[in-house]
Design a protein around this ligand. Structure first.
Ligand code: ZN
Length: 66
């Protein structure tokens, strides 16, 4: 396998990933926070259509992760 082949495979993988990401928002879209059940604000959903948490819960969630 030469470098061009490897590059091609890499591009195909990235394409697949992009497609998954593009599809994900619709599936994940929700009006209510998955943690506290509060409505996610319209503004936040427009800005982050794949958001599954309200702003305060997202902040908490990210704190836990790091
Ligand atoms: Zn919440």
């Amino acid at each position: 396998m030469d470098e061009a082949d490897q590059a091609q495979i890499r591009i195909e993988k990235e394409d697949a990933l992009t497609m998954v990401k593009a599809r994900a928002p619709k599936k994940a879209q929700t009006k209510n926070c998955m943690d506290c059940g509060e409505r996610i604000t319209e503004k936040r959903r427009q800005f982050v259509p794949w958001a599954t948490r309200c702003m305060p819960c997202q902040v908490e969630h990210e704190k836990e992760r790091f």
